[in-house]
Structures are given as structure tokens and as C-alpha cells.
Design a binder for this molecule. Structure first.
Ligand code: SF4
Ligand code: SF4
Length: 153
């Protein structure tokens, strides 16, 4: 298995962060400022990119768990940097390293499938929905599909 530093080097490579020119377009396009009342620049795409380029610890940082993986920042980036690919790779490294307190696991198969801060945002939006909807949100999309297939067979 690759060492943590190798994985971070790979994360930088696949996301193209070295090309970042600090224009801030990704921050303007990112939905997190609208989603979270505790939004801070540290959780923004530029904040994560800066941290990783400065060699600061990112894998252990809770801020990598707020991203929705929408990739809106990449759509507007003039340098082709993918904030989503960077954050995905950092999360995968965190999971490999056992840093999983902000990763939600499927109650059916045990796989990590969503970040806890993102889930909390979704739950907040669904307050008025029937309680049984929450049960289906505790399982990952593949297990949910299987459940619907069995139910509709
Ligand atoms: S849009 Fe691209 S170049 Fe601009 S700050 Fe974000 S990652 Fe860097
Ligand atoms: S992928 Fe994440 S960091 Fe990038 S714009 Fe979407 S929410 Fe923001």
C-alpha cells in the first residue's frame, strides 16, 4: 500500500493544484458558503488547495469533509484544477489512515459513502419529511438500489 506522502503527491498530481493562480473563481462558484453557517475560507476549495501546496496537514483536517463533490470550482477554473478530485483523494487517504470520524458508513454494507457535515446539511433540509426517509439515508446508494429492487420484485 502506498505511503501517506505518496498518496498526497498523487492527489496533487491528479487534481492539478500546482497550476493554481489564486484567482478565487472556485471559491465564488463553490456552494459551501451558502450551505454552512460556519463557512470559513479554510473549508473553501482555495483554502484546501493552499494548505496542500504549503505542505500543511490536510488529511487530518475536518475542513476536507464539507465539500459536496459538485466540481463547480473546476468548471470555472482557468487552470483546470479540480477541487473535487483533490478533496476526494484526500478523503480516501484519510480513510486509509483511519481518520474516519467525519465519514459516514453505510449501515448495510459498512462502506464510507458520505461526509458527515454534508449529511447534516441534508438532514437539516429534510426536517419536515417522513421519518422513514431517514432510514434510507443511512444506507449507501448501491445498497439503496438493491433494497428497492427487492422491494419491487
Ligand atoms: S479557480 Fe483554479 S486557479 Fe483560481 S483559485 Fe481556484 S483552483 Fe486556483
Ligand atoms: S467540489 Fe467541493 S470544493 Fe469544489 S466547488 Fe464543489 S463543494 Fe466546493
Amino acid at each position: 500500500m502506498k505511503e501517506k506522502e505518496d498518496k498526497i503527491t498523487e492527489a496533487k498530481k491528479v487534481s492539478g493544484v500546482h497550476g493554481c493562480v489564486e484567482c478565487g473563481r472556485c471559491v465564488a462558484a463553490c456552494p459551501m458558503a451558502e450551505m454552512y453557517t460556519n463557512f470559513s475560507i479554510e473549508m473553501s476549495p482555495r483554502g484546501i488547495i493552499k494548505k496542500i501546496l504549503m505542505g500543511e496537514p490536510a488529511v487530518e483536517d475536518i475542513h476536507i469533509w464539507y465539500c459536496t463533490e459538485c466540481n463547480a470550482g473546476a468548471d470555472v477554473c482557468p487552470q483546470g484544477v479540480s477541487c473535487r478530485d483533490l478533496i476526494r483523494a484526500l478523503r480516501e487517504t484519510a480513510i486509509d489512515e483511519g481518520v474516519i470520524e467525519n465519514a459516514k458508513t453505510c449501515t448495510s454494507c459498512g462502506r464510507v459513502f458520505v461526509a458527515v457535515p454534508v449529511e447534516n446539511f441534508v438532514y437539516g433540509r429534510l426536517q419536515e419529511e417522513p421519518a422513514n426517509l431517514f432510514n434510507t439515508l443511512d444506507i449507501c446508494p448501491p445498497c439503496r438500489r438493491e433494497m428497492y429492487l427487492v422491494r419491487n420484485a
